[in-house]
Design a protein around this ligand. Structure first.
Ligand SMILES: Nc1ncnc2c1ncn2[C@@H]1O[C@H](COP(=O)(O)OP(=O)(O)O)[C@@H](O)[C@H]1O
Ligand SMILES: O=C(O)[C@@H](O)C(=O)COP(=O)(O)O
Length: 450
């Protein structure tokens, strides 16, 4: 069976967020890391078994890269997803519309529309359960406008304007319109008529208000026939019901089944978001933790070796408890490290160290791994050479457990799995680092490793 939805996500944590909402709405979903390259040459699904899969999300790292690169990677993903039969394409970006005047949201949406020979798409960043809503085209995080939510200080893409129509207008030469809440509250037919009117006026891009789940349901009904939709993951909760209504999708009772988890539990955190800092503080009250310092990492190998020794000590325990290695620091600490090393080098040193710790420790007994931070997750998943993630149950909104073939399993245990969760900086409750493993144990009782 061809897949129904093809997702193109501009970062790794965003991809699992999208996949999570699809799974929760009953779609069997696979996340692939990057565009499966061999497949493009051979016209095959790169060895992926997509026989019982309804949606595939391609995770890219295209949020902050140069515009041309974001376009070419997104088009390659589109081509591959179309070859798998995807009926609808979903371009997933951040629910806080992370971008700059150059892009990459507008230029990628334009390129995808053109490749699909289509003339209109909708922009739906809202994710109400995580506090992201849109009213009169203005994006709110909780009760604050986007530009007053903390996102105005983002190091890569400071969001200083909450008016998404205006923000998007800077990123595209094409017309940008609004489907407002008043129209939405009249239902899907009125919303569809507004979209059609704007289309007749040549408006390619339509920013959509949405305050709650009901608004997203109306939008999903109005947008189900569109070749391309774009947004945060909120809309993805509502689309599967429309696919079922159309007869494109069967009723699946549990789309989130993973194999039993195995191995020791480790948390690696490179996120410095407000929420991650609270999660680190909560975890360290009860669990062993090692703080990585970028300046010490730069000075000698001894600091990295100390982190490795710490982790090995934890793994040597008779019944290892979850432990944490983190670089997460308050803004003053980050600024000091950046002043001494440079912004790029400080980030890279930490990402490299965490990625390298992940590959060594996964080969030495870690089987349940929690990674906090989008860039950090990208570095860790790449170092583990993971190509495909099966999506399991949700820990907190936007963050599921996933599984990949265990990178260190070898031919003797081909069925061994690594359980992995990639947490976006701002997501998850304060007790996320501890509760995540309890949730996994409850969903997927562990098997003893041989
Ligand atoms: N103490 C620190 N000093 C400087 N940079 C840091 C520190 N800790 C983490 N970083 C870097 O900050 C960035 C955090 O980004 P990311 O992992 O995407 O988290 P988030 O999802 O919260 O944005 C990474 O590049 C990471 O290496
Ligand atoms: O839509 C969202 O908010 C998330 O899925 C997302 O993209 C998070 O990005 P990071 O905070 O950079 O991990």
């Amino acid at each position: 069976m061809p897949i129904v939805l093809g997702g193109i996500a501009d970062d790794f944590t965003g991809a699992t967020d999208l996949a999570n909402n699809l799974v929760r709405a009953g779609m069997r979903t696979v996340q692939v890391i990057g565009v499966p390259q061999d497949a493009l040459q051979e016209g095959e699904a790169n060895g992926l078994d997509l026989t019982e899969v309804d949606a595939v999300v391609v995770a890219l790292k295209s949020r902050s890269c140069p515009v041309d690169q974001a376009i070419s990677e997104s088009l390659a993903a589109l081509e591959w997803l179309k070859a798998q039969g995807a009926r609808q394409l979903f371009f997933k970006y951040c629910s806080t519309f992370d971008s700059t005047p150059e892009g990459n949201i507008g230029p990628v949406a334009d390129a995808l529309l053109e490749a699909l020979d289509s003339t209109q798409t909708a922009f739906v960043p809202a994710f109400p359960i995580n506090g992201r809503s849109v009213y009169q085209g203005h994006l709110f995080v909780g009760d604050r406008l986007l530009n007053d939510s903390g996102m105005q200080h983002h190091p890569l893409n400071p969001m200083t304007d909450a008016d998404i129509v205006r923000v998007l207008s800077r990123q595209t030469p094409h017309g940008v319109g609004l489907l407002n809440h008043a129209t939405l509250s009249e239902g899907a037919q009125a919303a569809g008529e507004r979209l059609a009117t704007l289309k007749a006026q040549g408006v390619r891009h339509v920013v959509c208000d949405s305050l709650d789940e009901r608004d997203l349901e109306v939008l999903a009904e109005a947008l189900v026939e569109h070749a391309l939709v774009t947004g945060g993951s909120g809309l993805a909760q509502a689309l599967p019901a429309q696919y079922r209504r159309k007869g494109w999708l069967a009723q699946i009772d549990d789309a989130a089944v993973l194999a039993p988890a195995q191995g020791a539990a480790m948390v690696l955190s490179g996120s410095c978001s407000r929420m991650t800092l609270k999660q680190v503080a909560h975890f360290t009250q009860q669990h062993a933790a090692f703080a990585l310092d970028p300046v010490k990492l730069n000075a000698s190998d001894a600091h990295f070796e100390a982190a490795l020794d710490f982790a090995r000590e934890q793994l040597a325990a008779a019944d290892p408890r979850p432990f944490l290695i983190y670089a997460s620091a308050e803004p003053e600490g980050v600024k000091a490290a950046q002043a001494s090393l440079g912004v790029k080098q400080a980030g890279e040193l930490i990402e490299c160290a965490l990625a390298s710790l992940a590959s060594t420790l996964v080969s030495e007994g870690v089987g349940r791994l929690l990674v906090a931070g989008g860039e950090t997750s990208g570095a860790v998943v790449s170092a583990l050479d993971i190509r495909e993630l099966r999506i399991g149950g949700q820990i907190d909104p936007g963050v599921p457990w996933t599984q990949a073939p265990h990178p260190a399993s070898g031919p003797s245990r081909p069925e061994a799995m690594l359980s992995l969760t990639l947490k976006s900086g701002n997501f998850g409750g304060e007790d996320f680092f501890t509760r995540a493993f309890d949730v996994l144990d409850a969903m997927n009782p562990r098997e003893e490793t041989a």
